[in-house]
Design a protein. Structure first.
Length: 163
Protein backbone atom coordinates (compact mmCIF):
# COMPACT_ATOMS: atom_id res chain seq x y z
CA UNK A 1 0.00 0.00 0.00
CA UNK A 2 1.26 3.48 -0.86
CA UNK A 3 2.34 5.85 1.88
CA UNK A 4 0.64 9.16 2.50
CA UNK A 5 2.81 11.89 1.03
CA UNK A 6 0.94 14.95 2.28
CA UNK A 7 2.61 14.98 5.71
CA UNK A 8 5.97 16.46 6.68
CA UNK A 9 8.42 15.00 9.23
CA UNK A 10 6.35 16.56 12.05
CA UNK A 11 3.15 14.93 10.84
CA UNK A 12 1.69 18.21 9.59
CA UNK A 13 0.01 18.73 6.24
CA UNK A 14 2.16 19.86 3.33
CA UNK A 15 1.96 20.23 -0.41
CA UNK A 16 3.92 17.42 -2.04
CA UNK A 17 7.11 18.47 -3.81
CA UNK A 18 6.72 17.50 -7.48
CA UNK A 19 9.74 19.44 -8.75
CA UNK A 20 11.74 16.27 -9.51
CA UNK A 21 8.90 14.53 -11.35
CA UNK A 22 8.92 14.34 -15.13
CA UNK A 23 6.30 16.19 -17.13
CA UNK A 24 4.10 13.67 -18.89
CA UNK A 25 0.70 13.72 -20.52
CA UNK A 26 -1.89 12.97 -17.86
CA UNK A 27 -5.65 12.49 -18.04
CA UNK A 28 -8.44 11.65 -15.63
CA UNK A 29 -12.15 11.01 -16.03
CA UNK A 30 -14.63 11.30 -13.16
CA UNK A 31 -18.36 11.03 -12.84
CA UNK A 32 -21.20 12.32 -10.70
CA UNK A 33 -24.84 11.30 -10.90
CA UNK A 34 -27.79 13.63 -10.30
CA UNK A 35 -31.09 12.00 -9.30
CA UNK A 36 -34.24 13.97 -10.10
CA UNK A 37 -37.93 13.63 -10.80
CA UNK A 38 -38.95 12.63 -14.33
CA UNK A 39 -40.83 15.93 -14.66
CA UNK A 40 -37.64 17.83 -13.88
CA UNK A 41 -35.66 15.92 -16.51
CA UNK A 42 -38.40 16.60 -19.05
CA UNK A 43 -38.28 20.34 -18.26
CA UNK A 44 -34.50 20.31 -18.70
CA UNK A 45 -34.84 18.52 -22.04
CA UNK A 46 -37.56 20.89 -23.27
CA UNK A 47 -35.72 24.05 -22.14
CA UNK A 48 -38.45 24.91 -19.64
CA UNK A 49 -36.28 25.67 -16.60
CA UNK A 50 -36.64 29.37 -15.77
CA UNK A 51 -32.91 29.91 -15.18
CA UNK A 52 -32.01 28.79 -18.71
CA UNK A 53 -30.24 25.95 -20.50
CA UNK A 54 -29.32 23.76 -17.54
CA UNK A 55 -26.81 21.44 -19.17
CA UNK A 56 -25.00 24.22 -21.04
CA UNK A 57 -24.57 26.20 -17.84
CA UNK A 58 -23.54 23.06 -15.91
CA UNK A 59 -20.97 22.30 -18.61
CA UNK A 60 -19.39 25.74 -18.29
CA UNK A 61 -19.56 25.52 -14.47
CA UNK A 62 -17.76 22.17 -14.55
CA UNK A 63 -14.93 23.61 -16.64
CA UNK A 64 -14.69 26.59 -14.31
CA UNK A 65 -14.69 24.24 -11.30
CA UNK A 66 -11.77 22.27 -12.72
CA UNK A 67 -9.83 25.50 -13.19
CA UNK A 68 -10.51 26.52 -9.55
CA UNK A 69 -9.60 23.19 -7.96
CA UNK A 70 -6.41 24.40 -6.22
CA UNK A 71 -8.45 27.27 -4.72
CA UNK A 72 -10.87 24.75 -3.17
CA UNK A 73 -8.70 21.75 -2.25
CA UNK A 74 -5.86 22.93 0.01
CA UNK A 75 -3.02 20.62 -1.10
CA UNK A 76 -3.74 20.58 -4.85
CA UNK A 77 -1.09 22.06 -7.09
CA UNK A 78 -2.12 24.80 -9.51
CA UNK A 79 -1.64 23.11 -12.86
CA UNK A 80 -1.96 24.12 -16.48
CA UNK A 81 -5.00 22.28 -17.78
CA UNK A 82 -4.74 21.51 -21.47
CA UNK A 83 -8.33 20.26 -21.79
CA UNK A 84 -11.52 19.86 -19.77
CA UNK A 85 -14.53 18.16 -21.33
CA UNK A 86 -17.92 17.66 -19.69
CA UNK A 87 -20.65 15.42 -21.09
CA UNK A 88 -24.03 14.25 -19.86
CA UNK A 89 -26.00 11.03 -20.17
CA UNK A 90 -29.69 11.37 -19.41
CA UNK A 91 -31.44 8.25 -18.12
CA UNK A 92 -35.25 8.35 -18.04
CA UNK A 93 -35.61 4.86 -16.54
CA UNK A 94 -36.79 5.23 -12.94
CA UNK A 95 -34.93 3.94 -9.91
CA UNK A 96 -36.64 2.43 -6.83
CA UNK A 97 -37.48 5.90 -5.56
CA UNK A 98 -39.17 6.97 -8.79
CA UNK A 99 -36.29 9.20 -9.89
CA UNK A 100 -34.38 9.32 -13.14
CA UNK A 101 -30.79 10.48 -13.49
CA UNK A 102 -28.22 12.52 -15.32
CA UNK A 103 -24.69 11.11 -15.31
CA UNK A 104 -21.98 13.73 -15.64
CA UNK A 105 -18.64 12.67 -17.13
CA UNK A 106 -15.72 15.06 -16.70
CA UNK A 107 -12.34 14.52 -18.34
CA UNK A 108 -9.37 16.72 -17.54
CA UNK A 109 -5.96 16.65 -19.21
CA UNK A 110 -2.58 18.24 -18.62
CA UNK A 111 1.07 17.84 -19.46
CA UNK A 112 2.99 18.23 -16.26
CA UNK A 113 4.52 16.67 -13.15
CA UNK A 114 1.24 15.88 -11.34
CA UNK A 115 -2.12 14.40 -12.21
CA UNK A 116 -5.58 15.80 -12.81
CA UNK A 117 -7.81 13.47 -10.80
CA UNK A 118 -8.96 16.20 -8.43
CA UNK A 119 -9.70 18.56 -11.32
CA UNK A 120 -11.90 15.93 -13.00
CA UNK A 121 -13.73 15.14 -9.76
CA UNK A 122 -14.22 18.82 -8.96
CA UNK A 123 -15.57 19.44 -12.47
CA UNK A 124 -18.13 16.64 -12.11
CA UNK A 125 -19.15 17.84 -8.64
CA UNK A 126 -19.54 21.48 -9.64
CA UNK A 127 -21.60 20.50 -12.70
CA UNK A 128 -23.89 18.45 -10.41
CA UNK A 129 -24.25 21.33 -7.95
CA UNK A 130 -25.10 23.64 -10.85
CA UNK A 131 -27.87 21.33 -12.05
CA UNK A 132 -29.28 21.37 -8.52
CA UNK A 133 -29.04 25.16 -8.29
CA UNK A 134 -30.76 25.72 -11.60
CA UNK A 135 -33.59 23.22 -10.93
CA UNK A 136 -34.18 23.54 -7.18
CA UNK A 137 -37.27 25.71 -7.67
CA UNK A 138 -39.06 22.77 -9.31
CA UNK A 139 -37.39 19.81 -7.52
CA UNK A 140 -35.85 20.38 -4.09
CA UNK A 141 -35.59 16.60 -3.60
CA UNK A 142 -32.80 16.23 -6.15
CA UNK A 143 -29.64 14.59 -4.90
CA UNK A 144 -26.30 13.62 -6.32
CA UNK A 145 -23.93 10.81 -5.55
CA UNK A 146 -21.49 8.35 -7.10
CA UNK A 147 -18.83 11.00 -7.44
CA UNK A 148 -15.79 8.92 -8.29
CA UNK A 149 -12.71 8.58 -10.42
CA UNK A 150 -13.39 6.35 -13.42
CA UNK A 151 -9.94 6.37 -15.02
CA UNK A 152 -6.54 8.01 -14.87
CA UNK A 153 -3.45 7.74 -17.01
CA UNK A 154 0.00 9.26 -17.24
CA UNK A 155 2.82 9.69 -14.80
CA UNK A 156 4.80 6.90 -13.14
CA UNK A 157 1.89 5.23 -11.38
CA UNK A 158 -0.09 2.52 -13.08
CA UNK A 159 -3.07 3.41 -15.25
CA UNK A 160 -6.30 3.13 -13.24
CA UNK A 161 -9.69 2.09 -14.57
CA UNK A 162 -12.65 1.57 -12.24
CA UNK A 163 -14.34 -1.78 -12.71
Amino acid sequence: MAEFTHFNESGRARMVDVSAKDSTERAATAQAMVFLLPETLEKIQRGKIAKGDVLSVAQVAGVMGAKKTPDLIPMCHPILLTSVDISFKEESQLDREGRCSITILATAKTTGPTGVEMEAMTAASVAALTIYDMCKAVDRGMSFSNVCLLAKSGGKSVTFTRR
